[in-house]
Design a protein. Sequence first.
Length: 169
Amino acid sequence: MPVEEILSSFHRVMTAVARVHQGGGGWVPGRLTMPQFRLLMLLVRPWGKLLQPERGGGAPGPAALAPAERTATVTELARRMELSAPTVSGIIDRLVQAGYVERRRSEDDRRMVEVVPTRRGRDLVTELFAAGDERFRRLLSALEPEDAQALLRGLRALERAMREGSGGG
């Protein structure tokens, strides 16, 4: 099996997918920096439960595509982003000023402050991914039918291998 060739192609495709989701060139000028977007993505998952098919093993249904949201502390976000807590706190300050996140006292432990996406933050992530998805749909629609079927077969096989390799998750 040509594992190295597959891996190399996979990296090229993932880089191209990132460019498509970014609008083909450059980031979201005047709206978010990449660190701000990364932080917002840790709080808002535009795919929801996309990787978990509906009962019966089919593709995810429309409800599975709704954005999912979570809260996190500055410490958690700093760890996930591999940045210092003061750096992440500054990123959060700018996102709060722009109205994309807010800080809230934890209901479980009033000493803790959690970062929560606002409606505006959720809407922005959803909008950016919807635009990227639309560009990607156009690219996929240009594939020859047999190439599209082969790609789908390969992606399903990869998804299955990933699920089995991670213990079902």
